[in-house]
Design a protein around this ligand. Structure first.
Ligand code: NAD
Length: 215
């Protein structure tokens, strides 16, 4: 597949992989070129092979708390929070970013674990007012150093999903160096959510293999 691949050729390829019993997991690398409908392509993926968890069926299952395959980055975020040993129930969790692949599924998974969840986005007024109340703070925006020290509560669990290229270097959305002392726990970029996402993608692929056996 190249950047010139037509929508119909891509859809045909997805249908072919859906039918192939040797393939258990299937994902379409986003973003797609503008002339291809992302929705149409994602919708075409067999939900049982949807290791990214982006199909409307799997997002629906996530909302109905009956998850089959959940988005890997959201799973990575939850895994990192749970690995600290803190109890999520009753905590104030603030998710910055409302994309359907990161922000929304992450918020849903936190809600399922009984956190009080606030979702902030580009139209949120006075972001700091919300972030300062967060026991758990997740930034999934794509803006370097959007979150500064004065926006973070002492002892908070801070998870940085953002990936930004600044002067040839990768950095997150959080001002890591200045917040690491304030935060109780904090993830670096690179080396935090990114590698954990890959691990969750692998785990989703194993789950998909198990699902195939049940058919
Ligand atoms: P997106 O562009 O789809 O969504 C960004 C969100 O940020 C939007 O909901 C928008 O409303 C919000 N936003 C924009 N400006 C804001 C502001 N000033 N204040 C508050 N909210 C604001 O992006 P995405 O696909 O959700 O990805 C977010 C970031 O996470 C990107 O940097 C992306 O590269 C990174 N990412 C990392 C991984 C990983 O594995 N580590 C996986 C997916 C995405």
């Amino acid at each position: 597949m190249t950047a010139e691949t037509s929508e119909e050729v891509l859809l045909q390829k997805v249908r072919e992989f859906n039918q192939d019993p040797r393939i258990h997991g299937l994902l379409v690398q986003l973003p797609l070129p503008k002339y291809i409908s992302e929705h149409k392509v994602i919708e075409q993926i067999n939900p049982k092979k949807d290791v990214d968890g982006f199909t409307p069926v799997n997002l629906g299952y996530l909302v109905s708390e009956n998850t089959i395959l959940a988005p890997a980055t959201a799973r990575a975020v939850l895994y990192l929070i749970e690995s600290t040993g803190i109890k999520i129930e009753g905590k104030n969790a603030v998710v910055i970013g409302r994309s359907k692949i990161v922000g929304k599924p992450t918020a849903m998974m936190l809600l399922e674990r009984n956190a009080t969840v606030t979702i902030c986005h580009s139209k949120t007024k006075n972001l700091a007012e919300h972030t300062k109340k967060a026991d758990i703070l997740i930034a999934a925006v794509g803006k370097p150093k959007l979150i500064t020290k004065n926006m973070v509560k002492e002892g908070a669990v801070v998870i940085d999903v953002g990936i930004n290229r600044v002067n040839g270097k990768i950095s997150g959305d959080i001002d890591f160096e200045n917040i690491r002392e304030t935060a109780g726990y904090i993830t670096p970029v690179p080396g935090g959510v990114g590698p954990m996402t890959i691990a969750m993608l692998m785990e989703n692929t194993l789950k998909a293999m198990e699902l195939a056996k049940k058919i």
